[in-house]
Design a protein around this ligand. Structure first.
Ligand SMILES: [Zn+2]
Length: 273
């Protein structure tokens, strides 16, 4: 059985601040979070192994995708590390996998009481897929759905757990912290967080064959609302994209793989200064 584990940092137990997730400016706090991130990835790997996984691919999915400490990672897993890559947080996922696990995930931009809520970029206010506002959890789940692979576990704060449940009714979740606001939370002990992730990953992977993948209906219509007009100024350069308002662009694509590539190009263009 093949398991894909995508690991972000904002939803890791203990993480609350922007700066401590920033490889350039985060200093010792950032490096501490790399170890915590690796520990939670290992918990998900261990749970997957208990459930019978024989091939595990981990995708480092935060910032420049080079945060996990390779020497500390469970030797059973292989690691996708580095940047850029067209499918971002789920790079090298394909139809040979049986399950996707999202570890250290965070809620979509604009979510009340959630740690470092955002959707891929600080310039984006919201992203819609076929009319539904969707965060990173959903966008990655739709990519996985193109390959017929279900997202079976999402871990992070209680807000991303609720967001995942609303979109993916049978997904397993672990809330390692409960946000007070975007930069303060009540946390479990990191060891307790890992114990829960290990146990829930095992349950989720065992159930993978019964969990439906999230498939976007075709053609896929997407919209991006930026926080400012400059984001839309850049994004409308992409062929096929229509500017429909000061801060909003829309486009459609024959399938979600194609839609994601347009989205990702718009996101990166809009992030250029
Ligand atoms: Zn991140």
């Amino acid at each position: 059985m093949k398991v894909f584990i995508s690991v972000d940092m904002e939803g890791i137990c203990g993480v609350v601040g922007d700066r401590e997730t920033d490889p350039e400016n985060g200093g010792d706090a950032y490096r501490m979070n790399c170890h915590r991130m690796t520990a939670e990835a290992n918990a998900a790997i261990e749970g997957s192994l208990k459930a019978g996984a024989t091939d595990i691919l981990v995708a480092d999915s935060h910032w420049n995708f080079d945060n996990l400490v390779p020497e500390e990672l469970n030797p059973s897993a292989r690691l996708v590390r580095g940047y850029p890559r067209p499918f971002s947080m789920v790079q090298n996922l394909d139809g040979s996998f049986d399950a996707v696990l999202g570890v250290g995930y965070h809620a979509m931009a604009g979510t009340t009481r959630s740690i470092i809520d955002h959707t891929f970029s600080g310039k984006i206010r919201s992203v819609e897929v076929n009319g539904r506002v969707t965060g990173e959890t959903g966008l990655n789940a739709y990519v996985a759905g193109e390959y017929g692979v279900p997202v079976v576990l999402v871990t992070g704060d209680s807000a991303v757990a609720a967001e995942a449940k609303a979109l993916l009714p049978r997904v397993h979740t672990v809330a390692v912290k409960e946000a007070i606001n975007t930069h303060a939370a009540t946390h479990l002990h990191p060891q307790r967080a890992c114990d829960l992730i290990r146990a829930e990953a095992e349950r989720a992977v065992r159930e993978a064959a019964e969990i439906e993948p999230l498939v976007a209906s075709r053609p896929v219509a997407m919209a991006i609302d930026f926080k400012g007009t400059e984001g839309a100024d850049w994004a409308e350069l992409v062929p096929g994209v229509t500017r429909v308002g000061g801060t909003r662009i829309e486009f459609s694509a024959p399938d979600f793989g194609a839609a994601f590539r347009i989205f990702y190009a718009c996101m990166h263009l809009s992030s250029s200064e």
